[in-house]
Design a protein around this ligand. Sequence first.
Ligand code: AMP
Length: 623
Amino acid sequence: MAKIKIDLSGKVAKPQVVVGIDLGTTNSLVAWVNPSTGNAEVIADELGALVPSVIGLMPGGSAQVGVLAKGGLVTAPERTIFSVKRLLGRSYKDIADFQRYLGYRIIDEDNESMVKIEVDGKYYNPIELSAIILKALKEKAERALNVEVVQAVVTVPAYFNDAQRQATRDAGKLAGLEILRIVNEPTAASLSYGLGLNREEVETVLVYDLGGGTFDVSILQIEDGVFDVLATKGDTALGGDDIDRSVMSMWQQAYPALNQVVLAGDIQRLRLVAEAAKIALSGNPTETFTHDFALGDGLSVLLSLDYTGLQAAAKELLLKTENCIAAALRDASLKPSQIQAVVMVGGSTRYPQVKALLEEKFPHVAVNNTLNPDEVVALGAAIEADVLAGNRKDILLLDVTPLSLGIETAGGLMDVLIPRNNKIPCRVGREYTTSVDGQVNLKISVFQGERELVAQNRKLGEFILKDIPAMPAGFPKIEVAFALDADGLLKVSAKELRSGVTQQIDIKPQYGLTDEQVEAMLMAGFQHAQEDVTARLHQEAINEGHQLVYLAKRFIEKNANLLNEDEMEGTKQRISALECLLAERGEKDAILQAVTALNDYTRPFAERLMDVAVSAALKGKEI
Ligand code: AMP
C-alpha cells in the first residue's frame, strides 16, 4: 500500500511507493505491486514498459535514454552507450575482449580500477551511466503513477561479485534512490511465480534465462524464506542473437546473391529479417516464413525459412545451454529428478524448442512460462519491494551469509560465531575469558572462512579491548557479539561484563571478494576438513598443556610449604616434561599423556590445599 507523507507545511505530499527494477543488459523495466489489485505489474507509458538500456550522450551534455536513444546506435555510435551492465564494477582488463563490439570509446588506464568511457572529451564511469538509466526508470514510474519514488529493489545476475553489486548500489544512490536490497535475478524470477512463498516446503528450482546475448542457468534452494544459490553457470556471449546469425549464414549459403549485401556492409538489415523469421516461426511453427529481400538496382531475393530450418539454426545454441544445465546440476550435486520447479526467463525462451528441451530434461515438473519472460525478473523485484515496504507479512525474505564468521582464540584456532548459510540479519554473542592473571588487554581478531585455523582464513579486522580491570585468569567475563545486518555489514563488539568496558568495530565481510574467491574458500574448507580437524585437536591439546603448566607453576610458587622436597621435585619434572613437548609441538597423544601425568600427580596437593583452607576457615569460626 502506498504511504502518505505529510510535509511540515501540513500539505499532503505525493504518496511514495517502493518499486522493483530489472536493470538489464539490453532492456530494463520498473514494476510495482498495485495496491488496488495486490498484483505485481510492470509500469508502462506511451513508449511501453521495456526501456532499452541505451543512453545517448548529447553534445550539450544532456542524456537521452531508452527508445529515444536507440536510433543513435546506428547514427551516432560514438556517443550511444549500450551494454553498460557488462562494464559495471569491471576493470579495463576484465572487458578488453569485449571492447571491439562497442561503438564508443573505453579508456585503458592500465590499472585495476573501473573502466571509463569517453565522449566529447568527457569521462563517464559505468556507475554514472547506470545511474542515468535508473533515474529514467524512477521518473517513468513517477510520471505514470503520479507518486514519488525514492526506494527500490534492484536485481543483478546471481554471478555478480561484490564489486558489481556495490557498483549497482552506488548507481542507485546517484540516481536518487535508496536501494533497499540487491536481489539475484533468478530469485526474483522464482518469486514472480510464487515459488518459495510456502514456508513449509523446501523447494529446489532451476531458472533458465536465455536473452539476446547472454545465458544463465541457476539452481536455487528455497527454504524458510531463504533463497540459496546452489549453482550458477552461464555464458555472457550466448543467446538468441546466435540463432539470428546462424539463420543469416544458412541464407548466405542458400542464396549466394546475398554476399553482395554482406560486402556492402548492409548486414544489419539482413540480421533484422533473420530475427523476424525466428520470431514469426516461434509463433507459427507450421508456416513457412518468406521475405522479398531487396538487393538494390531493382533486384531482390526471396528468402524463406521453415521451422525445421529454424531448428537446425538453433541446434548448437540449445546444445550449449543443455551442457550448462548439466554442469550446474553437477555443481549442485543434484540429479534432474531432484529439481522441483523450472522457471523460464528471457525473450529467447519464447522459441518453443526451449520449453521442449526443459520438459524433456525435467519431465516430472511443469515448466513455469505463463508470465511474460521479459517481465518476470522485474515483477519478482516488485514483490520483494512490497515485502520490504512492510506491505506483506506472509512472506519473509532473508539472505544468507556465504562464509562463516568468527574470531581467533588461543593457538590460532577459528571460533565460529556465525556459520555459513546463516540467515541474515542475525546477532550472536559468546562469552570468553582471559588466560593469564592480571590481563588488562584482549585482542579480538575477526576472520572469515571455513578452515579450523585462522591462518588459512581471511582476516577482516581486529581491535583491542583495553583497560579490563586486572583480575585472576578466567575471572573476567568478556562477551563478544557479532551483528550482521541485511546488507551484510558486520558489527563486532566486545564487552567485559563485570566492568562494562566496551569496544566495537564495523566490518564489510564480502567487500572485495569475488564469487570465485568465496567458492574457492568454501572448497578449501571441504577439501581440508579431515586434516583441519586433526590440526584443531592438536592445537587444543597444546592449549590445554599451556594452561596446565601456567596453573601448576602458580600453585607451587604460592603453596611451596604444602609440598615436601620430593613432591616439589616430582612436580617440577612433570612440568618441564610437558613444557618440552609443548616447545617442540609434540604429538597430540604425547601431550595429553603428559597433561594427565601432571594432573594426576598434583591432584592430592590440591586436595591438601583445600583441607588446609577448610580447617583454617573452621578455626576462624566463633561458636
Ligand atoms: P532479452 O535479452 O531477454 O530481451 O531477449 C531478447 C532476445 O529474445 C532476442 O534475441 C530476441 O530475438 C528474442 N526473442 C524475442 N521474441 C522472441 C520470440 N517470439 N521467439 C524467439 N525469440 C524471441
